[in-house]
Design a protein. Structure first.
Length: 106
């Protein structure tokens, strides 16, 4: 599966987006901490985290016996640059040109 496909798949689920929001608010959370924030089993949260890890959106680090989860915003930025930025560029340029033209009218 292409990396973009994995990122889109990961972002398609509201629970995974919630987990990303939680990690954005405070990184370095354990599975137990994340599980306490959602209404699903530990196993369910672990499965969602695995999808996020495979997409590169979450990275982990061991600290003793705990596994800490951190947000990796790079794949989201790459999606933005590839799929959003280029499509809005023309529209923004057109609006700037229109603004300039309107301001230059007597």
């Amino acid at each position: 599966m292409v990396d973009d496909d994995r990122v889109f798949k990961a972002l398609a689920d509201p629970t995974r987006r919630l987990l990303l929001d939680l990690l954005f608010a405070r990184e370095g959370r354990t599975l137990t901490e994340l599980e306490s924030e959602v209404t699903m089993s530990r196993f369910g949260v672990a499965k969602h985290l695995k999808v996020l890890e495979e997409a590169g959106l979450v990275v982990t680090r061991r600290s003793g016996r705990e596994k800490l989860h951190f947000l990796n915003p790079v794949p989201i930025r790459l999606i933005h640059d590839r799929w959003i930025d280029k499509y809005t560029e023309r529209h923004v340029t057109a609006l700037v040109d229109l603004k300039t033209a309107l301001e230059d009218e007597p």
